[in-house]
Design a protein around this ligand. Sequence first.
Ligand code: FE2
Length: 377
Amino acid sequence: MTSVSLSPNGDFLTLDLEGQPRRFHAIWLRDNAQDDQTRAPGNGQRLVALRDIPAETKLAAVELSGETLRVSFAPEDKTVEFDLSWLAANAYDKVARAEAGWLPDETTPWNSSLMSDVPIGDFQQLAKGGDALRDWLGKVTRYGFGKIENGPLEDGSLFKVVDLFGYVRETNYGRHFEVRTEVNPTNLAFTGLGLQAHTDNPYRDPVPSIQVLYCLESSAAGGENMVVDGFAAALRLRAENEEYFDVLAKYCARFEYAGDAETCLRSRRPMIELAPDGELIGVRFNNRSLAAVKDVPFGDMDTYYAAYRRLGEIIDDEAMEVTFRLEPGEGFVVDNTRVLHARKAYSGTGTRWLQGCYADKDGLNSKFAALSAQQEG
Ligand code: FE2
């Protein structure tokens, strides 16, 4: 039986929700009122600013009626209703997470064992939208990457992948970039060397949060693509040595790219990024574009470099990586704020032609949430 009670001075109420007492402040309830004068009926946007709500707002009365809580505010003399399910979903009277580097339930860190369960979408199915697209986008948000198969073969097909969920982020490299390799073993300069796993363009602020790589031709042996979960790597670093995790989260690195006279991209951000409450929200790792790190105090620089080295070793560990080969008409999407990618070295002769582009995950997350809401609704 659900019950509700008011605090003596009307500052907050206590509601039993799913067996747990949850407190809600008067000012929070008033600001989150769902009535037509507070929220626009069509788009749900708030019609009032906090300045329109008296600072001395109190709860004058509360009443439960089935799945509805009726709340009256003073001094406005205003009564609004809340669905208990909405209050349960937005309850904040909980124990705060204490550890640095926590992840929300929707995010699952992974290692090489994900190899047997790579999130794959069939382009023809995804293009129809609906459940197939929602399920694949759900996996991309959970794991930070997803593969696409059975896609078109013409130049620019990667844009059709982006069209599934969002918009291309154009940069100084253009709307897309070409990754063409002619493998010629008689000249090492043209051998397709492997690259260490990295996140792309950490020197941009904001960083492109999605990268798409798409294969159009592939006749050379080797050159597999590999992805590593930066969140899993950071959490392994924390488990091994908390001081290493903390130093990479505490201090900003610097990244830079000045490849031509027109370009001078610089950023100052940590390799391991935490939200103010400790949520692990980003990883940046790119040996090629790390600039001189100058925001670490002298006394911590030894630890910083030891931590950076160890994070790199963890990233290089095969136990962390998922490897797959892209055939023509196949591509993959990575969350570039989390998942590192790399290319393994080529062997033999042949050509390989990939196209890449950037996009942002606000669009991807929005598409997933909207499809999920449609399905539930
Ligand atoms: Fe890259």
